[in-house]
Write a protein that binds this ligand. Structure first.
Ligand SMILES: Cc1ncc(COP(=O)(O)O)c(C=O)c1O
Length: 375
């Protein structure tokens, strides 16, 4: 599996929850795109449009959407979440439920609505036995939307989306998933979890460059989103430049959320990365991700003075394992790891390691050796 990537031998990359390395196929796709632009320009733009459609098909497969009509390609997760927050109509007295420990992107967009009299219910999902139930308990008849990450960015809690989605459906509450910390690592089923919105940039577990993101909006929900951005690309006949559109006719699918020119280079890259992941198979990748995380947990438990902050129960974690070394400054430890080529992050008051499916166990061992050498 490691042969798909080409990291230098001295690099111990355990940071897929931040910005992942690209596989070689993605480098090749970007180089080919650049070469084509240099030599023949956009002569084969039709082919680029085909790649765009092909990527949408792959995204449908990745999340088990119904069709490409439900998929738009946007800039990043924040743009998608903003489209939802600014597109839905909220009334004073409505409330929104989120986990208190969400990444800022999935917090600030809802916080901005507090100015309109919308109540934001922040429910802690940290260090409790039933985080899904805690979120569900916060829902009442005024809850318009519940938004959560599939996997918490800081301490790696993986939520059971099917349970939360079912509760939202029963209460007529919209369900929004920030899936950036699981897509590409863990299987996802938009229909089984009754998600209304799914957003995720490609630069983490999907191993693509930053700046090309999936935006899923269930077909029946699309008319609920008031459009806040306008441009040629969202029109029904976007490529009909023969006349001036006196009356605008907006596409009746998720293309309506793509206002202008697509990021064709990002699309070529994400298409290549996803092609590789889907060829290998997400189930196989998921098994490897969990195997690596479990191995990491077991090895950390063998070390003295380590507290694992990630919940370690079955099904409660995916690719993120966060821990602390007791009685020391963990920011210093983080800096030491970075200085010794162990690429990781400091999040949720601890050191966050996030190996992917292709990460060899020897690489995890190497990181733990460097960790043990810190005194
Ligand atoms: C849960 C979560 N959402 C969103 C993002 C990033 O958002 P964007 O794609 O807008 O940069 C991150 C990045 O760390 C994240 O962990």
């Amino acid at each position: 599996m490691n042969s798909f990537f080409q990291l230098d031998d001295h690099i111990v990359h355990l940071n897929h929850a931040a910005v992942a390395p690209w596989p070689k196929v993605t480098r090749d796709a970007v180089v080919a795109f650049a070469d084509e632009n240099v030599s023949i320009g956009s002569q084969h733009y039709d082919q680029w449009l085909k790649t765009e459609q092909q990527l949408k098909q792959k995204l449908v497969q990745l999340i088990n959407a119904e069709s490409t009509d439900e998929i738009a390609i946007l800039k990043n997760t924040s743009e998608g979440l903003s489209l939802i927050a600014q597109g839905l109509t909220f009334n004073a007295g409505d409330n929104i439920v989120i986990p208190a420990e969400e990444f800022p992107s999935n917090k600030v967009v809802w916080q901005a609505l507090e100015l309109q009299g919308v109540e934001l219910r922040r429910v802690s999902v940290q260090d409790i036995d039933e985080p899904e139930q805690a979120l569900i308990d916060a829902i009442d008849e005024h809850t318009r939307l519940l938004s959560c990450s599939s996997v918490q960015y800081a301490r790696g809690l993986r939520l059971d989306l099917n349970v939360i989605g079912q509760a939202c459906k029963q209460n007529d509450t919209l369900f929004c998933v920030d899936a950036i910390q699981s897509l590409g690592a863990i299987a996802f089923d938009a229909q089984a979890c009754h998600a209304d919105f799914i957003v995720a940039d490609g630069h983490k577990w999907m191993c693509a460059p930053e700046g090309t993101a999936l935006f899923y909006c269930r077909k029946t929900i699309q008319p609920l989103l008031r459009l806040r951005q306008y441009g040629w690309h969202m029109l029904k006949d976007a490529f009909d430049f023969s006349h001036h559109h006196d009356e605008i006719e907006i596409a009746d699918n998720a293309q309506r959320f793509e206002s202008g020119s697509p990021n064709m280079m990002g699309i070529a890259a994400l298409d290549a990365s996803l092609g590789l992941l889907l060829d290998i198979g997400i189930k196989k990748i998921q098994a490897k991700v969990i195997e690596n995380s479990t191995y990491l947990i077991e090895r950390l438990l063998e070390l003295p003075d380590i507290t694992i902050l990630t919940p370690t129960g079955q099904g409660q974690y995916a690719g993120i394992i966060t821990f602390q070394k007791n009685d020391i400054d963990n920011v210093e430890l983080y800096q030491y790891l970075q200085d010794n080529n162990v690429i990781c992050a400091y999040r949720g008051d601890g050191i966050r390691f996030s190996p992917h499916f292709y990460t060899p166990k020897q690489v995890i061992d190497k990181a733990l050796k460097v960790l043990s050498e810190f005194c």
